[in-house]
Ligand binder design. Structure first.
Ligand SMILES: *Cc1c(COP(=O)(O)O)cnc(C)c1O
Length: 396
């Protein structure tokens, strides 16, 4: 018999009733260290007093009014995103896929308004993940996500990641822009090479294309900068955000330069809930924490601690942990054992982590983790690795 809740997810038989910081407490009385962070979304952890108070207070005042009226909370959030990024203007929506849809529409609209409606195709990369709407499964390009949902939406061309020659060869008179993740998240925490982003920017400038960065997973402090592009000298023309932006409250955003944003005149795009007072209050509360002096340096310090401990574990079990990838608190462990099996072994030990492509185990904990949380996570991971290697010996 079909479950009332549609069976489109592969859920662990586990539910939580409350959380505090990086810890979650299950309905059956156990506690878990959450290094999956609701898939890189619970940026302030669970029950963060500033975030929960901001949401509760705003909910009691006014939650939703629609975009027929001014929303001061959204104006403030937009001003702060603009002030702290390359952008001049921000649009709010409700999810990552929706932010990417908006970003692609803005890239196309820019060319249409500048006399080049024939420029509408977007170059994407093998191993990318951009979301699950009809257009974004095509942008993602993974045949498993497209199968059964009709013909792929046209307009997305794919080239290998980190290959500038292939990228330049794929540009035609119909190309409008490039969409890329500075570090591929779902694809297996694969970082762009140091010369790749500058190479993309140069190609965009040479051919009049727009550079769109999908910072849905890498943005909002995840890598130790507010946005991952800040690790380079490159600025994009447009950028999508979601995941950590609301600290667990659903909100997405597109941040764009004036040249891109000025084409989005009244009536061109919209969404009923986008940037409503409640969602914007959550976003502002998250930014209060992320922008506090020293916070992002603390993310880097936690990352250094965690990566140091993980390196010791990798040294002890080189056949299990083959590589440590990513930046800041976006950490990928390239495994020599199946990632799903180690993920399950971790959960049995009370550590929540997430699988990613390329047989990678992903750690994307709340950005507020303590040094003790880091030590405990690696202790639990070590136990899980030992459980797996002992189970393997026992099976032989
Ligand atoms: C999660 C993610 C998305 C999709 O976001 P949703 O909120 O699930 O629609 C898009 N791009 C990247 C890089 C992501 O990590």
């Amino acid at each position: 018999m079909i479950s009332a809740l549609m069976p489109n997810y592969n859920r662990a038989d586990l539910a939580f009733e409350r959380g505090e910081g990086a810890w979650l407490y299950s309905t059956d009385g156990r506690r878990f260290l959450d290094f999956g962070g609701g898939i890189a979304s619970s940026s302030l952890g669970h029950g963060h007093p500033h975030l929960t108070q901001a949401i509760a207070e705003q909910a009691a005042k006014v939650m939703h009014v629609s975009n027929l009226y001014r929303v001061p909370q959204a104006e403030k959030l937009a001003e702060r995103l603009v002030e702290n990024s390359f952008g001049d203007s921000a649009f709010f929506c409700n999810s990552g896929a929706e932010a990417n849809e908006g970003m692609v529409k803005m890239i196309r609209k820019y060319h249409a308004e500048n006399g080049h409606p024939e420029r509408w195709r977007i170059i994407c990369f093998d191993g990318a993940f951009h979301g699950r709407t009809l257009a974004m499964i095509s942008a993602t390009g993974n045949p498993n996500y497209i199968k059964g949902f009709g013909p792929a939406v046209d307009g997305f061309d794919h080239v290998p990641f980190n290959n500038l020659n292939a990228l330049r060869a794929a540009i035609t008179g119909e190309t409008a822009g490039i969409m890329m993740e500075p570090i591929q998240g779902e694809g297996g925490i694969r970082s762009a090479n140091d010369d790749f982003l500058p190479g993309l920017r140069a190609a965009c400038d040479e051919f009049g294309l727009l550079l769109g960065l999908d910072e849905i997973q890498t943005g909002m402090g995840r890598t130790g900068k507010l946005f991952a592009y800040e690790w380079s000298d490159v600025v994009p023309d447009v950028m999508s955000l979601a995941k950590g932006l609301g600290g667990g409250f659903p909100i997405g955003a597109v941040v764009a330069t004036a040249a891109v944003a000025q084409n989005m005149k009244p009536g061109t795009h919209g969404t009923t809930f986008g940037g409503n007072p409640l969602a914007a209050a959550a976003g502002n509360a998250v930014l209060d924490v992320l922008l506090a002096p020293g916070f992002l340096d603390q993310v880097t310090a936690r990352s250094d601690l965690l990566r140091g401990e993980l390196a010791k574990l990798a040294e002890a079990f080189p056949h299990v942990i083959q590589d440590i990838r990513g930046r800041g608190l976006l950490i990928g462990l390239k495994l020599g054992v199946p990632n799903g099996a180690l993920q399950a072994a971790c959960l049995a030990r009370g550590l929540m982590v997430v699988a990613a492509g390329d047989n990678v185990l992903r750690m994307v904990p709340p950005l507020v983790i303590t040094p003790e949380d880091c030590q405990e996570a690696v202790r639990l991971l070590r136990l899980a690795v030992q459980d797996m290697t002992e189970a393997k010996v026992a099976a032989q």
